[in-house]
Design a protein around this ligand. Structure first.
Ligand SMILES: [Zn+2]
Length: 101
Protein backbone atom coordinates (compact mmCIF):
# COMPACT_ATOMS: atom_id res chain seq x y z
CA UNK A 1 0.00 0.00 0.00
CA UNK A 2 1.23 3.49 -0.79
CA UNK A 3 1.80 6.10 1.95
CA UNK A 4 -1.03 8.12 0.39
CA UNK A 5 -3.43 5.42 1.32
CA UNK A 6 -2.66 5.84 5.01
CA UNK A 7 -2.73 9.63 4.94
CA UNK A 8 -6.43 9.52 4.16
CA UNK A 9 -7.07 8.72 7.80
CA UNK A 10 -10.62 8.10 8.81
CA UNK A 11 -11.96 8.48 5.28
CA UNK A 12 -9.94 5.48 4.12
CA UNK A 13 -12.92 3.17 4.04
CA UNK A 14 -14.52 5.24 1.29
CA UNK A 15 -11.82 4.00 -1.04
CA UNK A 16 -13.55 0.67 -0.98
CA UNK A 17 -16.58 2.25 -2.63
CA UNK A 18 -16.16 2.49 -6.42
CA UNK A 19 -18.81 5.20 -6.59
CA UNK A 20 -16.67 7.40 -4.35
CA UNK A 21 -13.78 7.08 -6.76
CA UNK A 22 -15.97 8.50 -9.49
CA UNK A 23 -16.92 11.50 -7.39
CA UNK A 24 -13.44 12.62 -6.36
CA UNK A 25 -12.71 15.35 -5.38
CA UNK A 26 -15.53 15.76 -2.89
CA UNK A 27 -18.45 17.69 -4.30
CA UNK A 28 -21.44 19.19 -2.60
CA UNK A 29 -24.56 20.59 -4.14
CA UNK A 30 -25.88 23.88 -2.81
CA UNK A 31 -29.17 24.81 -1.32
CA UNK A 32 -30.96 28.12 -1.47
CA UNK A 33 -30.77 29.69 1.99
CA UNK A 34 -33.85 29.20 4.13
CA UNK A 35 -35.53 26.94 1.63
CA UNK A 36 -35.15 23.29 2.54
CA UNK A 37 -36.10 21.80 -0.82
CA UNK A 38 -34.45 24.31 -3.12
CA UNK A 39 -31.51 22.22 -4.19
CA UNK A 40 -29.13 23.45 -6.84
CA UNK A 41 -27.04 20.72 -8.38
CA UNK A 42 -23.48 21.34 -9.56
CA UNK A 43 -24.84 20.96 -13.10
CA UNK A 44 -27.39 23.72 -12.41
CA UNK A 45 -30.41 21.46 -12.11
CA UNK A 46 -33.09 22.54 -9.63
CA UNK A 47 -36.33 20.83 -8.54
CA UNK A 48 -38.49 22.82 -11.02
CA UNK A 49 -36.13 21.80 -13.86
CA UNK A 50 -35.04 18.17 -14.14
CA UNK A 51 -35.58 17.52 -10.48
CA UNK A 52 -34.16 15.00 -8.03
CA UNK A 53 -35.44 11.50 -7.39
CA UNK A 54 -35.01 9.11 -4.46
CA UNK A 55 -32.50 6.47 -5.51
CA UNK A 56 -30.42 3.55 -4.31
CA UNK A 57 -26.64 3.67 -3.92
CA UNK A 58 -26.26 2.94 -7.64
CA UNK A 59 -28.25 6.01 -8.59
CA UNK A 60 -31.30 4.16 -9.84
CA UNK A 61 -34.61 5.64 -8.84
CA UNK A 62 -36.45 3.74 -6.13
CA UNK A 63 -39.56 4.05 -4.02
CA UNK A 64 -38.45 5.32 -0.57
CA UNK A 65 -40.89 3.27 1.45
CA UNK A 66 -40.48 2.22 5.07
CA UNK A 67 -39.81 -1.38 4.00
CA UNK A 68 -37.13 -0.37 1.51
CA UNK A 69 -33.50 0.06 2.49
CA UNK A 70 -33.43 3.62 1.17
CA UNK A 71 -30.36 5.53 2.34
CA UNK A 72 -31.59 9.13 2.02
CA UNK A 73 -30.06 9.35 -1.43
CA UNK A 74 -31.32 11.36 -4.37
CA UNK A 75 -30.18 11.29 -7.98
CA UNK A 76 -30.05 14.40 -10.15
CA UNK A 77 -32.19 13.74 -13.20
CA UNK A 78 -29.93 15.87 -15.40
CA UNK A 79 -26.39 14.73 -14.62
CA UNK A 80 -26.89 11.57 -12.54
CA UNK A 81 -25.01 12.79 -9.48
CA UNK A 82 -26.04 10.82 -6.41
CA UNK A 83 -26.66 13.12 -3.46
CA UNK A 84 -26.91 12.37 0.25
CA UNK A 85 -29.85 14.43 1.40
CA UNK A 86 -28.47 14.91 4.93
CA UNK A 87 -25.02 16.23 4.02
CA UNK A 88 -25.71 17.35 0.40
CA UNK A 89 -22.52 15.50 -0.49
CA UNK A 90 -22.24 13.99 -3.95
CA UNK A 91 -21.41 10.36 -3.22
CA UNK A 92 -21.25 9.13 -6.79
CA UNK A 93 -22.59 9.49 -10.26
CA UNK A 94 -24.68 7.36 -12.55
CA UNK A 95 -24.84 9.02 -15.98
CA UNK A 96 -27.75 6.77 -16.94
CA UNK A 97 -29.92 6.29 -13.87
CA UNK A 98 -32.83 3.91 -14.22
CA UNK A 99 -36.01 5.84 -13.57
CA UNK A 100 -39.29 4.43 -12.40
CA UNK A 101 -41.92 5.12 -15.01
ZN1 LIG B 1 -27.02 17.53 -11.67
Amino acid sequence: MSPNYYSLGRDTHYWLNPLYFMAKPKEYISKEAGWEDAWICICGNTPPDGGFYPCDSEGNEMEPTIESDWDNLYVCADCGRIINQDTLEVIGRNPHPKMLV
